[in-house]
Design a protein around this ligand. Structure first.
Ligand SMILES: *[C@@H]1O[C@H](CO)[C@@H](O)[C@H](O)[C@H]1NC(C)=O
Ligand SMILES: *[C@@H]1O[C@H](CO)[C@@H](O)[C@H](O)[C@H]1NC(C)=O
Ligand SMILES: [Mg+2]
Length: 362
């Protein structure tokens, strides 16, 4: 995939909108990107027709949400990096916005704190990243909000002072240790999809059975929801995988299918997502209707958009999308993944810490 001039132009427009220093810059619709995908879809359609293969909306959408090729045009890529505000600059702005307010930090796990790796069981957090999160949690109430099973995320992160919201926020638990930040409810536990547990288990077994013939497909049981990973599935098999998943869940109208980066997610139809988790946690911290709070949410995927949207609707806080390329988003800011191995967040929070220290010295 080569980023077109139009796209890098848009990147500049977004960067300019973001450096306007408004906390809520307008969402810039990425019209040209959509056009790009439309053209890509059309090409795929032609290809598929040539092979006599079946075309379906799910497959198109799997392709669109999981580009397999990286940008190769270094010059355009550099211009995107150049025209994005640096994490440090941004955090100076955040510190200004946070004057007199309690910052509460929400972090997605996969792709934000850990790299996207082939085997989702090996998406380990680096020691530096863990230290960075630990340092942040000393300053602010901090929550990890992930699509994964809560216990699994905890096993990766292993910081008992954090809030953990697993299964896309459907399984929330407060810190095990006493927490000095909290001024609201002392016991935080929320499992709004508890009644779906037996159904999720049943569907997990059916999915395992149905996709075991597709090399590389991996079903993950996240307790209140399921993930079907296709990071290691050949692209020509994506259609078959999508069909198998749809075949299983068609008998379960109480479950719905959503998507992320190289993953299909099956979850209860209840209206509860990462956005609700964010609101629930703010409420438990005693900031339900408060103006004295600045929630900061960092995430990289579609499911994080629910949280970005909540922040936008509240007219409060900062949504930060981790992405190398321009994407349509309700986040106000973006961070890049500097490389596959080292992530943006430690630097960013290095910035927060420095700003807090500077402020303390003032
Ligand atoms: C604290 O939260 C729990 C779970 O949400 C709830 O059952 C309980 O009534 C709350 N207690 C107080 C004092 O608000
Ligand atoms: C951003 O929010 C608007 C309004 O809620 C919604 O219609 C749109 O789909 C959201 N965009 C993304 C990328 O989620
Ligand atoms: Mg993620």
């Amino acid at each position: 995939m080569v980023i077109s001039d139009t796209q890098s132009g848009l990147a500049m427009a977004i960067a300019v909108a973001m450096t306007e220093s408004a906390l809520f810059p307008p969402v810039v619709p990425l019209v040209s990107r959509n056009r790009y995908f439309t053209r890509k879809k059309l090409l795929k359609k032609l290809e598929a027709n040539g092979n006599g293969a079946r075309i379906n909306a799910l497959l198109d959408s799997m392709r669109a949400s999981s580009p397999t090729r990286r940008p190769t045009d270094t010059e355009d890529h550099n211009s995107w990096i150049l025209h994005h505000p640096s994490a440090l600059n941004m955090f100076e702005e955040i510190m200004r916005a946070s004057k007199g307010k309690q910052i509460v930090v929400f972090l997605d796990y996969d792709g934000t704190l850990s790299p996207i790796v082939e085997d989702p069981d090996r998406a380990f957090i680096t020691t530096e990243m863990r230290e960075a999160v630990r340092d942040v949690a000393k300053l602010f109430p901090t929550a990890i909000v992930s699509g994964r099973c809560r216990a699994k995320v905890y096993n990766f992160v292993r910081l008992s002072e954090l809030y953990y919201a697993g299964s896309h926020g459907m399984d929330i638990k407060g810190p095990a240790k006493g927490h000095t930040h909290r001024k609201g409810n002392q016991t935080v536990l929320c499992q709004p999809a508890r009644e779906f547990l037996p159904m999720i288990d049943e569907v997990y077994k059916a999915l395992m059975e149905n996709v075991k013939y597709i090399p590389g497909a991996k079903v993950e049981n996240n307790k209140f929801c399921l993930s079907v990973h296709y990071r290691c599935v050949e692209e020509k098999k994506w259609g078959e995988l999508g069909d198998q998943v749809k075949l299983v869940i068609k008998d379960y109208p109480q479950l719905r299918l959503t998507q992320g980066r190289k993953v299909l997610e099956i979850r209860p139809t209840i209206k509860w997502d990462k956005g609700n988790a964010l609101e629930f946690l703010l409420e438990s911290l005693g900031y339900a209707e408060s103006d004295d709070v600045l929630p900061v949410y960092i995430g990289d995927d579609r499911t994080d958009e629910d949280a970005f949207r909540v922040l936008r609707e509240r007219g409060q806080g900062l949504g930060i999308l981790v992405s190398k390329t321009p994407k349509e988003t309700n986040a106000s800011y973006s961070l890049q993944e500097p490389s596959e191995a080292s992530y943006a967040v430690p630097q960013t929070f290095g910035g927060v810490e420095e700003a807090v220290r500077t402020k303390a010295l003032e």
